[in-house]
Design a protein around this ligand. Structure first.
Ligand code: SF4
Ligand code: SF4
Length: 183
């Protein structure tokens, strides 16, 4: 079978740092929504978004958890924002071995923003809804992708969902953690 191109919906959140006041409501709702039992706890250490806050310099920057990386990068650039110097890692989205950011505190498994995928199709991600300062804006666009690659990703996600439904998320995560230590 010859596969061609297809389109997929790309979701993103635009950040307006001028509107953010560092209230951290985004971290609270994200960690609460993704708790094992929904809304049972809120712990920003489990959030898939984290605030870089420097009140003396009026810096309030939400950073979304991105991809897991098995090795730390070689880049050590510095950023200067309003006269204050920051390490490159301060704004990095990766879950990486060199720091604790974007890792489950108990298991150490990587956390990644999933755009609150369990919500209904027409609902906006919760951090966007909870940001009363409109610092976060949800956007969608269609993008052309390789159909074969897309099919593989969908099959993998279906497989993971079936395992989660059969064994429960906690057991599945434990199993993945054990497997990752064997490599
Ligand atoms: S909820 Fe909005 S204003 Fe509050 S910290 Fe998050 S991005 Fe900033
Ligand atoms: S979109 Fe959802 S998963 Fe991503 S940071 Fe916001 S609340 Fe968390």
């Amino acid at each position: 079978m010859i596969m061609g191109k297809t389109t997929k919906k790309v979701k993103r959140i635009r950040i307006d740092t001028d509107k953010c006041n560092g209230c951290r409501a985004c971290e609270v709702i994200c960690s609460s929504f993704h708790a094992q039992e929904k809304y049972s706890i809120n712990n920003p250490a489990r959030a898939r978004i984290r605030m870089v806050i420097d009140p003396l310099n009026n810096v309030y920057l939400p950073v979304y958890a991105g991809e897991y990386t098995p090795a730390e990068c070689m880049g050590r650039d510095k950023y200067v924002v309003d006269g204050k110097e920051y390490e490159e890692c301060a704004f990095c989205r990766a879950s990486c071995p060199s720091r604790d950011a974007f890792k489950e505190p108990d298991s150490g498994l990587p956390l990644k923003c999933d755009m609150c995928e369990e919500l209904e199709e027409d609902e906006e991600p919760l951090c966007v809804k909870w940001c009363i300062n409109d610092a976060l804006t949800y956007e969608e666009r269609e993008e052309e992708v390789d159909e074969e690659e897309e099919t593989k990703v969908e099959e993998m996600e279906d497989g993971l969902k079936a395992l989660r439904d059969k064994f429960g998320l906690e057991n599945l995560m434990d199993g993945v953690a054990r497997l990752s230590k064997k490599d």
